[in-house]
Design a binder for this molecule. Structure first.
Ligand SMILES: Cc1cc2nc3c(=O)[nH]c(=O)nc-3n(C[C@H](O)[C@H](O)[C@H](O)COP(=O)(O)OP(=O)(O)OC[C@H]3O[C@@H](n4cnc5c(N)ncnc54)[C@H](O)[C@@H]3O)c2cc1C
Ligand code: FES
Length: 271
C-alpha cells in the first residue's frame, strides 16, 4: 500500500443532494483525489457530520459511484437516525471531514462464465451498485435483486442506471418490496430462491440487514455458489483502533469489520 492509499483525513464538501425516495438520498460530495483514486467498490469512507457536538462518531458510508472528472464521490444514504438525518440535510456547499479509503472491497469472481447474482437490501444497494458496475466492466453478466420495504423507498434511479450501463455485459435488476407495492412481493431471499432455480450463477454477493445476508449466504452454500457479503457493524473509528466492529469467524478467530472487511467470504463468517 503506498502512502497515497493509506487512510487519511480529508475535507469534503457537499456538491449535490438528490431526494430519491422516502428517507433516501443521493449525496454527491467532492473530496481528496487520492482517496477517490484508492477507493475500490465495497470500500467505504467514515464521514463526520457537523451540527451536533454530542454526536462525535463518524458515519461509515460505502460509495456507489464516482465522477473522477469533478472529484465527486457519490453516496447513497438511507436516513435511519440522527447522524444520517443530519447528513442527508446538509446544505450544498457545506462540509466537514472524512477518513478514507477504508476497508477491503469486493473480489472479482473466479467463475466469470456464469452470471453473478447480486442481492441488496436497503442501504446495501450502494456497495451492490458499485459491484455491479465493476463486474459489468469486467464483462460479467449480473442479475441484481434490489430489495426495499416499499416502492416509495426503492432506489428507482439506481436501478435504471444499472440497466443502461455502457457495457457489453447484461445487467438486469429485479426489484423486490416487503409490501409488494413495487416488483416482487416478498423478501430478496424469496426472489433469490426463484432465480437460482432457473439459472446457474458463478458467484453471489450480498449487502443489507444481517438477517438478509445470513439467508443469502445459506442459499448460496446450499447451491455451492461462492458468496461474498459486506457486513455492517457499529464502527467507532473505522481503522482498527477501537474493537467495536468485531466479527466472529467460523475458525474461532475475531475479525475487525472495518479493516479485515467489510467484505468477507460468507463461508468464513460464524452466522
Ligand atoms: C462499512 C459500512 C458501510 C455502510 N454504507 C452505508 C451506505 O452506503 N449507505 C447508508 O445509508 N448506510 C450505510 N451504512 C450504515 C450507516 O453507517 C448507518 O446507518 C449509520 O452509521 C447510522 O448512523 P445514525 O447516526 O444515523 O444512526 P443512529 O441514530 O446511531 O442509529 C439508528 C439505527 O441505525 C443502526 N446503526 C447505527 N450505526 C450503524 C452501522 N454502522 N451499521 C449499521 N447500522 C447502524 C442502529 O443500530 C440503529 O438501529 C454502512 C455501514 C457500514 C459498517
Ligand atoms: S471501527 Fe474501530 S476497530 Fe473497527
Amino acid at each position: 500500500m503506498s502512502t497515497q492509499d493509506m487512510p487519511h483525513l480529508a475535507p469534503y464538501t457537499v456538491r449535490e443532494r438528490h431526494h430519491v425516495g422516502e428517507h433516501v438520498w443521493e449525496i454527491w460530495i467532492s473530496t481528496d483525489e487520492a482517496i477517490l483514486a484508492a477507493l475500490k467498490p465495497g470500500m467505504f469512507v467514515d464521514v463526520a457530520v457537523p451540527g451536533d457536538p454530542r454526536h462525535l462518531v463518524r458515519i461509515p458510508l460505502s460509495y456507489y459511484d464516482m465522477d473522477l472528472h469533478r472529484s465527486y464521490l457519490k453516496l447513497y444514504v438511507v436516513n435511519v437516525g440522527e447522524g444520517t438525518k443530519r447528513f442527508c440535510h446538509q446544505k450544498v456547499g457545506s462540509g466537514a471531514t472524512l477518513i478514507g479509503p477504508l476497508g477491503h472491497g469486493w473480489e472479482l469472481p473466479k467463475d466469470t462464465e456464469h452470471p453473478a447474482l447480486l442481492v441488496a437490501g436497503g442501504s446495501g444497494a450502494a456497495p451492490i451498485y458499485a459491484a455491479a458496475r465493476m463486474f459489468a466492466a469486467g464483462g460479467i453478466d449480473c442479475d441484481v435483486v434490489m430489495g426495499a420495504q416499499s416502492g416509495t423507498r426503492f432506489w428507482h434511479e439506481g436501478a435504471a442506471q444499472l440497466t443502461t450501463l455502457d457495457s457489453s455485459a447484461d445487467v438486469q435488476v429485479f426489484p423486490a418490496t416487503d409490501d409488494g407495492s413495487y416488483g416482487f412481493h416478498g423478501f430478496p431471499t424469496q426472489l433469490m430462491e426463484r432465480l437460482v432455480e432457473k439459472k446457474i450463477y458463478g458467484s453471489v454477493l450480498c449487502c443489507g440487514p444481517n438477517s438478509l445476508m445470513e439467508g443469502v449466504a445459506a442459499i448460496a452454500a446450499r447451491e455451492h455458489i461462492p458468496c461474498q457479503v459486506s457486513l455492517e457493524r457499529m464502527m467507532a473509528c473505522g481503522f482498527g483502533a477501537c474493537n467495536t466492529c468485531s466479527v466472529a469467524m467460523k475458525d474461532g478467530s475475531v475479525a475487525s469489520c472495518c479493516q479485515d472487511g467489510p467484505v468477507f467470504d460468507a463461508e468464513e463468517v460464524e452466522w
